[in-house]
Design a protein. Structure first.
Length: 249
């Protein structure tokens, strides 16, 4: 089984962190490929960042579909799940966003969870996703450690302590059974935070890997009926000319 994990930002160190975390939980026989777009933001911390990064996500999926190394499932490794539905339109393989995957897993082990993310403004984006995916009634609170995303790579010790402190507050104040980490760059922190806080900690990259393996094992892929059918081929102009006449298979 081949799973391609797409880091929608362009920071190589974060892509490596995500790929390594995924490999640690992957089953024997599952091969992980971690990729990132050539163009886009170095971190994703706003609606604008997400809009730009979504183009990079679909380009990575198209590259996977057109390459000589078949991909069995794709994972979008940003907690905003940028470009998720567009990516699903382009392939019959399962495509998982790490926020949606984390929400599902958290509800399987607890009736209430809180999210601990990076910045307050990205917490608002997480609230929108909770509503869209139907998980608002499971989430007690979205908390921000108020750390820039790149601090997870550039100042890891300081960032980890801020996250642990916020997770402890969530445990003490939110009446929850689990914590969801709200950033793909936290993919390697699950065990440390869980041990320090004493609660189950769900992280979306690793959760998505296991869910992807399950979907592929069940021979379930993205439905090509309804709104997730392949896009109708049409002409694109300017910088998006290469999207013209996509193969509708």
């Amino acid at each position: 089984m081949h799973i391609q994990i797409i880091n929608p930002n362009t920071t190589c160190a974060m892509t490596e962190t995500i790929g390594t975390a995924a490999e640690k939980v992957a089953s024997p026989g599952t091969r992980i490929t971690a990729t990132q777009p050539e163009n886009g933001p170095v971190s994703i911390e706003s609606h604008f960042d997400e809009a730009i990064s979504a183009v990079g996500v679909v380009e990575e999926v198209l590259a996977g579909e057109r390459g000589n190394d078949p991909v069995d499932a794709y994972i979008i490794a940003c907690f905003g799940d940028p470009g998720l539905l567009a990516a699903r339109e382009l392939t019959q393989a399962p495509v998982l966003g790490i926020a949606e995957a984390a929400f599902h897993v958290a509800t399987m082990i607890s009736t209430r969870f809180s999210i601990v993310t990076t910045l307050g403004r990205t917490g608002i984006i997480a609230e929108h996703l909770l509503e869209s995916y139907g998980f608002s009634h499971h989430c007690r609170r979205v908390r921000a450690a108020e750390i820039p995303v790149l601090d997870l790579e550039e100042h890891p010790d300081k960032a980890l302590q801020r996250l642990v402190d916020e997770c402890r507050r969530a445990k003490e104040e939110d009446n929850i059974g689990a914590i969801v980490l709200g950033c793909g760059g936290m993919a390697d922190l699950t065990d440390e935070i869980s041990e320090a806080v004493g609660l189950p900690v769900v992280e979306g990259v690793t959760a998505a890997v296991k869910l992807s393996e399950a979907l592929v094992g069940l021979k379930l892929g993205t439905s090509k009926y309804g709104d997730l059918a392949f896009p109708r081929p049409k002409q694109f102009v300017g910088r998006f000319e290469n999207f013209s006449h996509l193969n509708s298979k």
